[in-house]
Design a protein around this ligand. Sequence first.
Ligand code: MRU
Length: 349
Amino acid sequence: MLDLLEHIRWEGDALVILDQTLLPTETKYVSLRTIDEAWEAIRVLRVRGAPAIGVAAAFGMYLGLREGRSLSFPAFEKLAKKQGEYLCSSRPTAVNLRWAVERVQKLIRQEKARSVSELVDRLLEEARHMIEEDNAVCLNIGRYGMELIPEGARVLTHCNAGGLATARYGTALSPVYAAVQQGKRVAVYADETRPLLQGARLTAYELQRAGVPVTLICDNMAATVMAQKKVDLVIVGADRVAANGDFANKIGTYGVAILAKEHGIPFYCAVPLSTIDLKLSSGEQIPIEERPGEEVTQGFGKQTAPTGINVFNPAFDVTPHKYVTSFITEKGVINPPFKKNLSNLFKTE
Ligand code: MRU
């Protein structure tokens, strides 16, 4: 594998993360020692991307519960419920957050025979294990996904579903890294991704750092590069996939999907199973985060719209499943019909 950044790790008594709000101009690691610091880091996108949020939430649960060593089991379990709801309130769309919180809560129930103090240690162990697990999952996504990338391919992606959005290897970018590793020539078009510029600040940064050829475009240029036949396939990530294959991802993904269909370009969505939410029958039920208007009117400190203007700033959109060629998961490439084939993934677990 290419040398990708280890941007989230446990060190001493703290969760250490690379502050992604400062990239690409500043590389600063911050230490999170309390659940409030973890909540804030997720909320303001110091750590972001669905799988990375999940990992941070698992550590957040530990940070919120490590002071509870002397509690009785019922009091500890109650605290775990409260802390879990608190962490889930930081961002609503990526289901990995709740998935991680519920996994920790389930572990507490399953291992109630231990002392509460032992349980606390077990939670840290589990959070650290989730980093290893995410690495293995993303490498498998890469292994399956690279088969879809022909020699010389030009791949368009939106937002950042790379190493920075997971523990290390990425979802949408993992097949790109794997194909490059395999010796294929692959080039990427990165949509800049308004308003927070995850494509420009993060995808362009991590691909350049890994030595993968990358060309940055503004979001409104995707149609032109497709019309000029400069794109062979699209790969994006997701924050939540509903049972029928509709999925939420960074705002603008839906438009890219429509454009890909219009131009006859395959459109792939790379996701770990932890991002698939079979409880929701369709994308209409996915909660969509709305963020402050200032992100649009004064992104990165410069005012670019009239004072007092009305702003609508949804952070995600929903792409209907009819636009998806296949999902790339750690268990293989999933083709339509998605309702049947996505649910089958869980039957064999
Ligand atoms: O708001 P962000 O930066 O957390 O949004 C991230 C995305 O939309 C990613 O594409 C998604 O979480 C998949 S990450 C592997």
